[in-house]
Unconditional design. Structure first.
Length: 260
């Protein structure tokens, strides 16, 4: 296994007086894709935002390629290689697709000179559909198209770790399928992907490693097939069978929230 791209050690995060995330530890290796699954309220978004520096840690350690970045600001973590694609995408609706993508290149100091076209090329390669939409206003795009722009913007920063917070949220099954195909292409390189998802299918279809976050605590973490077969994972999903969560064509879509 390659060295750790990202490592969390005993991380806890508070929102007001509430300890939303408690004692989470795991290591994400270079080129690895890992899904953190959980219901609404499990602490997924809180943990994603804390790793990206949007929220502070109550305690714990965060290392990026061995360096402690837990006290760094969000923009510093972004410059060092942590990119967050938030659930609500945070696009500028009045700006074009290309203008939104340009914002991902902040560390290259494009602000006054415009984008280096060669740096945008990888985005067109991953999301070729965006090439015909480059002059469209982001606010006029479909949900699936907006999600491609949000991910593309993150890729422009040339991240080492790509954090995706509920990328399938609000998308049609067709849009989710297309998005998964594009994300699967990213796994071929050295990019490490950390996916926070409510959809069990999306997690298993994209990632080889699965973790389950429940009430702010990481209760399962391991190889996807081993996790799917584990009694603890099945119990957490209210008695469903392991076969329901094995990656297979045509499997019925299942979301954790539907089990609550």
């Amino acid at each position: 296994m390659n060295e750790s791209a990202l490592e969390l050690i005993d991380v806890s995060v508070r929102r007001g007086a509430t300890n939303v995330v408690r004692g989470v530890s795991f290591a994400l290796h270079e080129g690895e894709s890992m899904a953190v699954l959980g219901r609404n309220g499990a602490g997924k978004t809180t943990l994603a935002h804390a790793i990206a520096g949007v929220l502070p840690f109550a305690n714990g350690t965060l290392r990026l390629e061995g360096a402690d970045v837990g006290s760094s600001k969000a923009h510093d973590r972004a410059a060092r290689g942590i990119a967050l694609v938030p659930e609500d995408r945070k696009l500028f609706s009045h700006m074009t697709v290309e203008e939104n993508l340009i914002l991902g290149g902040h560390q290259d100091k494009w602000w006054w000179g415009g984008p280096a076209k060669s740096v945008l090329e990888p985005v067109w390669e991953v999301f070729p559909a965006l090439t015909r939409l480059r002059e469209r206003k982001a606010g006029t795009l479909s949900g699936g198209e907006q999600q491609m722009v949000a991910i593309g913007r993150a890729l422009v920063s040339r991240p080492k770790v790509l954090i995706l917070d509920e990328p399938s949220s609000g998308l049609s099954p067709t849009a989710v399928e297309g998005l998964l195909e594009r994300l699967a292409a990213l796994r071929a390189g050295s990019l490490s992907i950390l996916l926070f998802e409510q959809s069990v299918d999306v997690g298993f279809d994209l990632c080889d490693r699965i973790a389950l976050l429940s009430l702010g605590e990481l209760i399962v973490d391991g190889d996807a097939r081993e996790v799917a077969a584990s009694e603890l994972f099945r119990e957490a999903l209210f008695g469903t069978t392991a076969d329901d969560y094995m990656p297979s064509e045509g499997r019925t879509s299942v979301a954790l929230e539907a089990r609550s």
